[in-house]
Design a protein around this ligand. Structure first.
Ligand code: ATP
Ligand code: MG
Ligand code: MG
Length: 550
């Protein structure tokens, strides 16, 4: 599709290659396995893997797994599935931060020996008080002056499990008066008993913090450019402090870019976890979720997501991206590639009174209006058909070009019909239209009159009955929870509408989950994994036109 665009990070990387600073770049994508990947992660994946691929470098997949109580193997596997699905490959370069627990411990001992780290006995609450504020410097911990020997002994006993949770931490000795709060003796290690880590089991009761683990993991893997989101800008001095003070084999450079924010959805893992946990949606792969698993089930293609990520670009300015941009990317892909089919979402029976009973004929239709390579298909045509309820109006509004009493309309690829009689039930609802078909209009215009409207249809007896799930925005407002309100209050109660009696052309019998089609005049749809041989289930991927803000 489109060429990858240049941006400030690509320029830095290319300059480092041109100057010979690096022969080959290594980037990494470092998810925490505490949830499923979402479209924001895709931005980071496309950046990291895409840049490495473009410039002949490597990209590592690294699980940032230092916070074991929220992590698990299901998430590890789902993340691997989603990165592969997006079209990227880490080869044999899948790592876990927990692979480095032993060397990380060793580097902590090195810091202690250099007088750059100490064991602190302040409780979390006290530590907060000592830390100070943006306007007020912090105060030294009373434990800051401990001797190297005492620190080494205590740290070894922390590892050995002699102390309860919260009783001691290991802290870097930097500067309690620094204007950057991240440098006010940040915690490097905490004690956590009783957790079973998905990789290391119960080997450790001592866990390193993100700020300590991340730079060392990058350096051990030879990462040249460590790309992260803007909220880590203030952590960069600490990242550099760690790299400068332990004997790691390389010096990675951290560069920040702005995260993706998308309107009408939420992307923090805490909120996504709650949406699933509180059953506001039907799991991480609910088609309304901004997760990659949800988008996949919604019918998004990996190519469309990659194009979207290229289009939003890489900058340092925070902004919100309109949902229409994401939808345009998939709509363009499906417009070019999805086969066309006829599907009647809200069926209304039509009987062609002059069409012989028991007769069926075969209508041939192109699978795609612009791409003859997609070929043609045939549909049965018979006396009893279904059209969509929305294509008939008894008292039509001005400009209505579809079927009306006494009026004519063309059935897509077949005949012109005229509605002669509207049949209603006792409740006054329309249950059937009795129509006359001009049998001289197959592939040609009717004699002496113009028929403008064209509507879709399926033969009643041969139709496949299906379920169709129509999705709308998950939230009613562009920024759910803005201004401190509960984002749940902004959930759209009508984000899912299920149609159970949909009639499909028979060519849709036996479709497989993941197959995508355009239902003519309705939108793009994908087969859901809930389908079975008797009853396919389709999800609406996106409508035919952009309706945001309209
Ligand atoms: P959360 O804050 O919701 O827990 P996270 O950023 O902590 O998300 P991680 O699993 O740590 O989630 O993210 C892995 C990588 O993906 C990080 O490098 C992070 O910067 C990047 N990432 C996460 N969300 C976004 C986003 N919205 N836009 C761009 N990159 C993102
Ligand atoms: Mg997180
Ligand atoms: Mg994170």
């Amino acid at each position: 599709a489109e060429l990858p665009r240049t941006h400030f990070i690509r320029q830095i990387v290319e300059a480092d290659l041109a100057s010979g600073k690096h022969d080959r770049i290594i980037t990494r994508f470092p998810p925490e396995p505490n949830g499923y990947l979402h479209i924001g992660h895709a931005k980071s994946i496309v950046l990291n893997f895409g840049l490495a691929k473009l410039l002949g470098g490597r990209c590592n997949l690294r699980f940032d797994d230092t916070n074991p109580h929220k992590e698990n193997l299901e998430f590890v596997e789902a993340i691997q599935t989603d990165v592969r699905w997006l079209g990227f490959d880490w080869g044999d370069r899948c790592y876990f931060a927990s692979d480095y627990f032993e060397p990380l411990y060793g580097f902590a001992v090195e810091l202690i020996e250099k007088g750059l780290a100490y064991v602190c006995d302040l409780a979390a609450e006290e530590m907060r008080e000592y830390r100070g504020t943006l306007t007020e410097p912090g105060r030294d911990s009373p434990w800051r002056a401990r001797s190297v020997a005492e620190n080494l002994d205590l740290f070894a006993r922390m590892r050995a499990g002699e102390f309860p949770d919260g009783s001691h931490t290991l802290r870097a000795k930097i500067d309690m008066a620094s204007p950057n709060i991240n440098l006010r003796d940040p915690v490097l290690y905490r004690i956590k008993h009783g957790v079973v880590h998905h990789q290391t089991g119960s080997t450790w009761c001592l866990y390193p913090t993100y700020d300590y683990t991340h730079p060392i993991s990058d350096a051990l893997e030879g990462v040249t450019h460590s790309l992260c989101t803007l909220e880590f800008e203030d952590h960069r001095p600490l990242y550099e402090w760690v790299i400068a003070n332990v004997s790691v084999p390389s010096r990675p450079r951290q560069i920040e870019f702005s995260r993706l924010n998308l309107e009408y959805t939420v992307m923090s893992k805490r909120r996504l976890t709650d949406l699933v946990g509180e059953s506001h949606v039907d799991g991480w792969d609910d088609p309304r979720m901004p997760t990659l698993a949800g988008l996949r089930r919604r019918g998004y293609t990996p190519a469309a997501i990659r194009v979207f990520c290229e289009r939003i670009g890489i900058t340092k300015s925070d902004n919100r991206v309109e949902m229409a941009m994401l939808e345009n990317a998939i709509r363009e892909d499906l417009d070019a590639n999805a086969a066309r089919r006829l599907a009647v979402l809200n069926p209304l029976k039509v009987v062609l009174t002059n069409y012989p009973e028991g007769r069926t004929e075969t209508i041939e239709l192109a699978n795609h209006p612009k791409d003859p390579e997609l070929g043609t298909r045939t549909l049965p045509f018979a006396r009893e058909l279904y059209i969509d309820r929305a294509d008939f109006e008894e008292t039509p509004p001005k400009g209505f070009k579809r079927l009306i009493p006494g009026g004519e309309v063309r059935l897509r690829g077949a005949y012109v019909i005229r509605c002669d009689e509207v049949v209603k039930n006792d409740a006054g609802e329309i249950v059937e239209l009795r129509c006359w078909a001009d049998l001289d209009t197959l592939g040609k215009n009717p004699e002496g009159r113009k028929v403008k409207g064209v509507i879709h249809w399926v033969a009643a007896e041969q139709a496949v009955v299906a379920e169709v799930r129509l999705y709308d925005r998950l939230f009613n407002v562009p920024m759910p929870g803005a201004g401190g309100s509960d984002y749940r209050a902004d959930l759209n109660p009508e984000s899912l509408q299920v149609l159970t009696g949909v009639r499909l052309e028979p060519n849709l019998r036996g479709v497989l989950p993941g197959e995508r089609f355009q239902f003519e005049r309705e939108g793009y749809f994908v087969v859901d994994p809930d389908s079975n041989a008797e009853r396919p289930v389709f999800n609406l991927t996106v409508g035919l036109r952009d309706t945001w803000g309209k």
